[in-house]
Design a protein around this ligand. Structure first.
Ligand code: ADP
Length: 444
């Protein structure tokens, strides 16, 4: 068992055993008390019986005659020691020799009761119950002995069960933590591929879930870091190499330092800046996704707002803008800024790749538990062979086409990342007649 397991085992077991010992002591103590009380009351009745017999005898003879007979009969049947004094305090009879007050009474307390007939005091009965062990009879002692044995045995069995249960319970409680420990060790060594599976719905299972989620995010970031570095090197190389060749051309006297050369170098430099800016945007999106705060958002309103910003732009390009929304507003859980970015990226692409007199249609509806946004354009479309990669970073359908239109192939990557951070999905269909993007978001 692990160290934590041992600790837990000792804690659970000692708590349970302490409880058990306290209960046993308490039960034993209260049974003994109750039982002694019961015996006392029973003996009180015997004393009353004796008092009645004594009084009856006195009434019969009008003095203490025949008292020895009464006592003899009585002492043979009952376990009671007593003596009787007359009104002068002289002992006139006793049940056992040596019983008289002051003599040899070392156990049990002596009690006394006045004997009264017709308001006349005729004497006093002194009595006590001899004890065996703590009890007044062998039966009683035996009974309590047995009861104590049962209590002891039951406690022993419960103690055993407690030990077994504590053992399994502590193992059960520590198992997920040990798993997590092994998992964390592997992650520390750089292995993100393993899976942490812990059943249950308690806090430990929740902790394991959060832990796995954290590792998944780390793994994702690690993947992005690796990909970004190589993609970035690749993307940066092109403009920088171009700029270098221009400079070398000038150095060698092949290229003249004229307006055209300066313009070309400037364009490449601007492209470099654009690339850097878009990259920063991508990094910021990743950062945002990690801390994404989702709140109730009126998706209908957000779409209407962003479409309104495109009205003039589409008008300028003579592109018709069609909108189609349901009567009631649709709500999703999301981050407002991110939703704007998603729609802005798609709309700007649609505007960019749709020629004059084209059409852009945007619609919103619900199907099942989803809000569905459709953005259709009658633009130049995306070749089928490019469709599977369209959301990859730096992917452009036609490098020269995108380069001309100022694209670096990051917009759709950001869009997809943000959609997925909202537990949504994005799909694309395209032909040479146009492109259709469909986004699904779970309803609020
Ligand atoms: P960019 O910044 O280059 O536009 P995106 O990631 O937004 O990058 O898009 C990737 C590529 O997908 C673009 O280069 C473009 O060729 C193509 N694309 C995106 N949207 C459309 C569209 N609506 N119509 C045609 N092509 C599109």
């Amino acid at each position: 068992m692990s160290k934590l397991g041992k600790k837990l085992f000792i804690i659970i077991m000692s708590t349970a055993l302490c409880g058990l010992i306290i209960i046993s002591i308490f039960v034993n103590f209260s049974i003994n008390r109750q039982f002694t009380g019961y015996i006392y009351l029973e003996n009180k009745e015997i004393v009353n019986e004796l008092v009645s017999s004594l009084k009856e005898n006195y009434r019969k003879y009008n003095d203490w005659r025949n008292i020895d007979n009464v006592i003899r009969n009585f002492k043979n049947t009952k376990n009671l020691k007593f003596f009787i004094a007359d009104i002068n305090g002289d002992i006139i009879a006793y049940s056992h020799t040596g019983i008289i007050r002051g003599q040899n009474i070392n156990r049990g307390e002596t009690e006394s009761i006045n004997l009264i007939i017709n308001n006349k005091n005729i004497g006093k009965l002194h009595w006590f119950i001899p004890l065996r062990g703590n009890y007044t009879s062998e039966h009683a002692e035996h009974f309590v002995d047995r009861l104590n044995k049962v209590i002891f045995l039951t406690s022993a069995v419960i103690a055993l069960i407690t030990i077994v249960i504590s053992f399994f319970l502590s193992r059960h409680l520590t198992e997920p933590l040990l798993k997590m420990n092994v998992f964390a060790g592997k992650v520390a060594e750089g292995d993100f591929k393993q899976e942490l599976k812990i059943k249950g719905t308690d806090e430990i299972a929740e902790l394991a879930d959060s832990f796995s989620e954290m590792i998944n995010k780390l793994a994702h970031l690690e993947k992005i870091r690796k990909e970004s570095t190589s993609d970035l090197a690749h993307e940066l190389r092109t403009p920088v190499t171009t700029i270098k060749s221009y400079i070398e051309g000038i150095e060698d006297g092949i290229l003249a330092v004229d307006k055209k050369t300066i313009k070309d170098v400037k364009e490449e430099t601007e492209r470099l800046i654009l690339l850097i800016n878009r990259l920063q945007e991508l990094t910021e999106t990743e950062e945002k996704i990690l801390h994404l705060k989702k709140e109730k958002q009126n998706l209908s309103q957000i779409i209407k707002n962003i479409v309104a910003r495109y009205k003039i732009k589409t008008l300028k390009k003579s592109i018709r803008l069609e909108e189609n929304y349901p009567g009631e507003d649709i709500y999703i859980a999301g981050d407002k800024d991110s939703l704007y970015t998603i729609l802005n990226n798609l709309l700007s692409n649609a505007l960019k790749y749709t020629k004059k007199n084209g059409l852009i249609k945007i619609s919103l509806k619900t199907t099942g538990n989803n809000a569905v946004i459709k953005l259709i354009d009658t633009g130049i479309g995306i070749p089928e062979s490019d469709l599977p990669f369209i959301f990859e970073r730096f992917y452009r359908t036609d490098k020269s086409r995108s380069a001309n239109s100022g694209g670096v192939g990051i917009g759709l990557t950001i869009t997809k990342n943000l959609v997925e951070a909202h537990a949504g999905k994005i799909k694309v269909k395209s032909s040479n007649k146009g492109t259709e993007f469909i986004i699904y978001f779970p309803l609020y």
